[in-house]
Structure formats: C-alpha cells, structure tokens
Design a protein around this ligand. Structure first.
Ligand SMILES: [Zn+2]
Ligand SMILES: [Zn+2]
Length: 88
C-alpha cells in the first residue's frame, strides 16, 4: 500500500495507515490520528463495532487514522453533535 496523496504528486511513499472512512492509504506526513471514544465510533460506523462485540466498552478511547478531508469532516460532525446535545 502506498500513500494515495503522495502518489498523486508522483511520489511512492509507503503508507503507515489507512483512512477508516474512505480507505485511502496515508504516509506519516499525510495521516491524521483522531482519538475518539467508542460512543463516537458507534455513531461513525455501527456495523464494524457491533461485529467486534464492543458495545459494552463505549467509554474506551481508540486512535483512528483519517485523511485530511475525512478528519475535517469528522471533527466538524463531532462539534455539531456536541453543540446540539441539548436539543436531543
Ligand atoms: Zn503521503
Ligand atoms: Zn478519508
């Protein structure tokens, strides 16, 4: 697996991680690591968490690899969710 962003620039850089949202390979210069709780992960991808049987461990934190675009999107959606908690 090579970094997709570097590949677009004509470079062949080994990927150190894969974006959990879009599946893009990312090198250490292009990867973003987001520490999200399992509660947030359930909202992000319920199916994979359910498959792992981790429903009971929602307060644990886990790092996830994200590309720039998805990191921005996830950060925005988490911020939106926190700001609208009182309405739920
Ligand atoms: Zn790269
Ligand atoms: Zn992505």
């Amino acid at each position: 697996m090579l970094c997709y962003k570097c590949a677009k620039e004509g470079k062949e850089t080994p990927a150190v991680g894969i974006c959990v949202v879009c599946g893009m390979g990312l090198c250490k210069d292009h990867v973003n690591i987001a520490e999200v709780t399992f509660t947030e992960m359930v909202l992000m991808d319920t199916t994979s968490i359910a498959m792992l049987g981790m429903e009971q461990k929602r307060q644990r934190k886990a790092p996830r690899f994200l590309c720039d675009e998805c990191y921005a999107g996830v950060a925005q959606s988490l911020a939106d969710r926190q700001s609208t908690v009182t309405e739920e």
